[in-house]
Design a protein around this ligand. Structure first.
Ligand code: NDP
Length: 296
């Protein structure tokens, strides 16, 4: 089996890395806040690396999972950076929900040193990561994907080659733009129905066996909104970032995409108003404020 390193033990990175630690991969972990990496290493039998370079040194495959592509790019340089540790012939697999332009730039820099790159964002949320049931959408060379597929299969159930470098990022961004749109539109619809005298639970019972249903109406609203539980699993700030990437990709291709652009604007406004730490589903609270109606 190859030797693997994992950088970025956040909400989704940590459960992904936990599965890797359970296999014979000599897993080395690095995290910006070192105490998190130390706690992870102690609990899961991984080796804590002091720097990104130390994590990458001797690894055949290095995985990263950070908030944005620029964070990954910022880890490349300097004596402690990834490029100081990555060997020619190794592969950097970036599981960040990144942006295609930065991924292409990172890939070009690595290629100059004989290092392969894949953008490989994941979908399925923290629960999907805990159950090793993530969808992994991959951009880059198909042959490189085949080399790393057994490692991705440790936490991924469906691993799909989407196209050239940046294609995985683009698919992820559009998927999450749809998620954002579904949450917002379901919130507006349910607030409207509540004002019209319909219990939101009854409305969802109908919608979820009818053509307007979505993952948001079937899972997020019953489990998180009606219950007022709003668990923190995926930050609104990150969803704002994803919708912004989708809108930017559309603009780069000069496509008229009013719905996508408006969704990006709405989520930017909500993110600014609600801050860095709220969960993405808490955007519903903002729609509730706008409509003066609690969906319960
Ligand atoms: P979190 O905010 O929970 O964790 C972010 C991780 O990145 C932490 O380990 C943090 O370190 C580290 N980090 C942040 N900034 C930097 C930096 N500048 N340099 C180095 N390390 C940094 O994010 P998630 O785990 O939720 O998300 C990670 C990626 O996965 C994002 O792109 C997100 O969009 C995507 N994603 C998340 C899902 C989810 O359900 N949470 C689902 C699918 C995709 P520290 O501990 O020091 O803060």
């Amino acid at each position: 089996m190859p030797t693997v390193a994992f950088l970025g033990l956040g909400a989704i990175g940590a459960p992904m890395a936990r599965h890797l630690a359970a296999h014979d991969l000599g897993l080395r972990v690095w995290n910006r806040t070192a105490t998190r990496a130390a706690a992870f290493a102690a609990s899961h039998g991984a080796i804590r690396a002091a720097t990104p370079a130390d994590a990458a040194r001797g690894a055949d495959i290095v995985l990263t999972c950070l908030p944005v592509s620029a964070d990954v790019e910022s880890l490349l340089d300097g004596p402690d950076g990834l490029l100081a540790g990555l060997a020619s012939g190794s592969v950097l697999v970036d599981c960040t929900s990144g942006d295609p332009a930065t991924s292409r730039r990172i890939a070009a820099r690595l290629a100059a040193q004989g290092i392969a790159f894949l953008d490989a964002p994941v979908s399925g949320g923290v629960v999907g990561a805990e159950n090793a049931a993530l969808t992994v959408m991959v951009g880059g060379e198909a042959a490189v994907l085949e080399r790393v597929r057994p490692v991705l299969a440790v936490f991924g159930k469906s691993i799909v080659h989407c196209g050239a470098i940046g294609a995985g990022d683009a698919v992820k961004a559009v998927n999450n733009a749809l998620l954002a749109l579904h949450i917002w539109s379901a919130a507006e619809g349910l607030a409207t129905l509540k004002r019209a005298g319909v219990d939101p639970a009854v409305a969802l019972e109908v919608i979820n066996t009818s053509s307007g249903r979505s993952n948001s109406s079937m899972n997020l609203f019953p489990e998180r909104v009606l219950t007022r539980a709003f668990p923190r699993t995926f930050r609104l700030a990150l969803l704002d970032k994803d919708v912004g990437i989708a809108a930017e990709v559309a603009r780069a291709h000069k496509l008229p995409t009013p719905m996508l652009q408006m969704t990006a604007e709405l989520y930017r406004a909500a993110h600014l108003a609600m801050g860095e730490e709220v969960d993405h589903v808490e955007v519903v609270k903002w729609v509730e404020q706008l409509t003066g109606t609690v969906i319960q």
